[in-house]
Design a protein around this ligand. Structure first.
Ligand SMILES: Cc1cc2nc3c(=O)[nH]c(=O)nc-3n(C[C@H](O)[C@H](O)[C@H](O)COP(=O)(O)O)c2cc1C
Length: 303
């Protein structure tokens, strides 16, 4: 009997649905799958009050983590770990960061093969780089990566995701698609479990080769990488300013958050469209460079 641990934090259940679809074909009489949810001590609200949503920004960006419940009776003899995470402000969600920095993580991940699974709006490349470092720090062997992103593309999801977060309504605008990943894409995640089921029976998790190759596990949109890097830099500057303005949920923070959100909106309506046009022109001259970058960030599983 082989044992697989699914470790995850999913505030609203989308990532959990992805993982359940994934593991629906993985578990059988020879493979046991255990789910363990990471739980923050202070539950995050949903729908998010405006200021609370942005108040989490500095802590997410600076990888501060938060207080989490200890996972009781967590075994450390799993054959494989599936780490499911969502992205909060281009970083792993705060609860996942907290777990990855815990003493428990060091015990459970040590020398274990890991498949990471991300389900987010559309910018996960830099968060995944942070996850890779965290996995390295706890001595895990990162073998595969699966990435799923919201329907509608980069511009539409920039509207649908925040309105969903702030109102709780997935389809706030009748003329736009609902926020989140397409149901068919979630259902199709069973292909990964089926492949892992076979791989575990052949002891492939003990080797160094990715097990989820040629399944469309991970497709990077190279055109987004530069935007992600620019946004990440600005995130670091603003998150420092917000932190300096006061304690969490203080009036000082609210003032700086208000200025920041105004700046963000200005950015969305001016710099981002200009950037998209400039990138389109620039990228047509550097197609090969872009392809190489996509292939690098798609490792280890690839398209
Ligand atoms: C505070 C917060 C910040 C987020 N920031 C990002 C982000 O920077 N990039 C992104 O692609 N998705 C972002 N998301 C969306 C999440 O990654 C995820 O898609 C969403 O929370 C639904 O997942 P769940 O139902 O499993 O909680 C954010 C969500 C929250 C709550």
């Amino acid at each position: 009997m082989k044992k697989v641990l699914v470790l995850y934090y999913s505030q609203n259940g989308q990532l959990k649905a992805v993982l359940e679809s994934f593991t629906s074909t993985l578990e059988d009489e020879k493979i046991q799958v255990d789910y363990r949810a990471i739980t923050p001590k202070r539950k995050y609200p949903f729908p998010w009050p405006f200021y609370e949503f942005f108040d989490e920004f500095p802590e997410a960006v600076h990888l501060d983590g938060c207080e989490i419940e200890e996972l009781k009776d967590l075994a450390d003899d799993y054959d494989l770990i599936i780490l499911g995470y969502t992205v909060w402000y281009m970083a792993p969600s705060i609860s996942i960061t907290a777990f990855m920095k815990s003493e428990q993580a060091k015990k459970v991940f040590k020398d274990k093969p890991v498949v990471s699974v991300v389900a987010c709006r559309d910018m996960w490349v830099l968060a995944q780089e942070k996850i890779k470092v965290m996995l390295q720090d706890v001595g895990a062997r990162h073998m595969d990566h699966v990435a799923l992103t919201d329907q509608g593309g980069e511009v539409v999801s920039l509207v649908t995701l925040p309105t969903y977060m702030l109102t709780g309504k997935r389809k706030y605008f009748s003329f736009l698609p609902p926020a989140g990943i397409k149901q068919e894409e979630i259902a199709a995640c069973d292909r990964f479990g089926a492949r892992l089921n076979q791989a575990l029976k052949q002891d492939k998790e003990k080797g160094n080769e990715a097990m989820l190759k040629d399944l469309g596990a991970c497709v990077v949109n190279g055109k987004l990488i530069a935007t992600e890097k620019i946004a990440n830099r600005s995130f670091h500057i603003w998150s420092k300013l917000i932190k300096k303005s006061g304690k969490k949920y203080s009036m000082g923070r609210k003032v700086v958050i208000t200025i920041y959100v105004a700046f963000l909106l200005l950015l969305i309506f001016t710099v981002i469209p200009l950037n998209i046009i400039a990138r389109k022109i620039l990228n047509s001259f550097q197609k090969e460079k872009l392809k190489a970058m996509e292939a690098m960030y798609e490792l280890p599983s690839g398209r």
